[in-house]
Design a protein around this ligand. Structure first.
Ligand code: NCD
Ligand code: ZN
Length: 329
């Protein structure tokens, strides 16, 4: 038995730089026809010059595979002229509240300072991608941030706002209220809860931002994904960190999932008896919401089990050492 997928897209992807970029980009390009590239490099991608240079490096690293890097700029207050000059080179601008996750120190501290930029983005039809967490108690951060999402969705009704990697029932409920909100959901948040991260022995490989939540939150995500919600798209949030940054004091947040994403999604959708919804989740919905015409790429998965490697270079992938029933042909 085979599954045929057309032009899979990863709508939230960290490719990093240098050796990690060289290692992980081909793994994404092997499965996906394109990805939305996160700008949180050590020196954030916050100018057109840096963005174009980074895009070249990604294209070089993807070798001959068809893979379009859909670039994002790191949000800072931009003038209308700056936005106009970069508009055709980006898919959107990624906003991080300052200090909320890996390499977000230069993010936004006061939302009152950014209204003019958001107004210009709305006029120029540049989507706003948001890491939606407050600085509160770790399990409540996304719920608390829903007030900000609500405020932005109301003030800028024509701004396309993407709630990145949502993890809670609160965020799912909020999405229903405003047509200009979309969301990405990761593979790992469909599978794990806080129990998997810290309920037994601590699992650094499952530590990520936003932290995995309760079984009820996971259920809410599964309901909308398996139901084919028309504004929810797949974004892996694959975020590689070398082992020495995970297995140490001060473990870095991030799960490296791109090599297992499609086979494991197929397994999860099969178990939920909704394989007919997979194409929408991994491509069609994103194309509609963003108005994208993706590069053509046909991917076949076959029902043949494989064991996920313990490592790719220095990085342990999600599901390391476990068996997945579907493999990429
Ligand atoms: C991401 C990273 O490592 O860059 N980490 C993560 O846990 N998801 C940043 C992010 O998307 O929050
Ligand atoms: Zn991310």
């Amino acid at each position: 038995m085979n599954i045929h997928l057309t032009s899979p897209l990863d709508m939230h992807l960290h490719l990093r730089e240098d050796e990690i970029l060289s290692l992980v980009t081909p793994l994404s390009a092997h499965s996906f026809c394109g990805g939305v590239i996160m700008p949180n490099l050590i020196d954030p991608v916050d100018t057109k010059r840096k963005l174009l240079a980074y895009r070249e490096k990604i294209i070089d690293a993807s070798h001959s595979d068809t893979f379009t890097p859909f670039m994002t700029l790191f949000f800072k207050p931009f003038s209308r002229e700056e936005l106009e000059s970069v508009r055709d080179d980006i898919i959107g601008i990624k906003l991080y509240p300052a200090g909320i996750t890996t390499q977000s120190e230069n993010g936004v501290t006061d939302f009152n300072d950014i209204m003019a930029t958001l107004e210009a983005m709305e006029e120029l039809e540049i989507p706003l991608l948001v890491h939606g967490e407050s600085g509160g108690f770790v399990m409540d951060r996304e719920k608390e941030f829903c007030f900000v999402y609500r405020d932005l969705a109301q003030r800028f009704p024509k701004l396309h706002i993407i709630m990145e990697h949502i993890t809670t029932r609160n965020a799912v409920d909020l999405l229903e209220e405003y047509e200009n909100l979309s969301a990405t959901i990761t593979l790992h948040h469909l599978l794990i809860t806080l129990d998997d991260v810290a309920g037994g022995m601590l699992e650094p490989d499952l530590f990520c931002k936003p932290i995995a939540k309760t079984p009820d939150d996971r259920e809410a995500l599964r309901e909308v994904v398996f139901g084919g919600h028309p504004r929810i798209m797949f974004g892996s949030d694959s975020a590689p960190h070398p082992r020495h940054k995970k297995e140490c004091v001060g473990c870095a947040a991030g799960i490296f999932s791109s090599p297992v994403a499609l086979p494991l999604l197929a397994q999860v959708f099969e178990e939920a008896e909704c394989l007919d919804k997979l194409q929408g989740f991994i491509s069609d919905i994103a194309c509609r919401r963003y108005g994208l015409v993706p590069p053509e790429k046909n991917i076949t998965l076959t029902r043949k089990a494989w064991r996920v490697p313990e490592r790719y270079g220095s990085i342990r992938p999600f599901y390391a050492g476990k068996e997945i029933r579907w493999s990429l042909v």
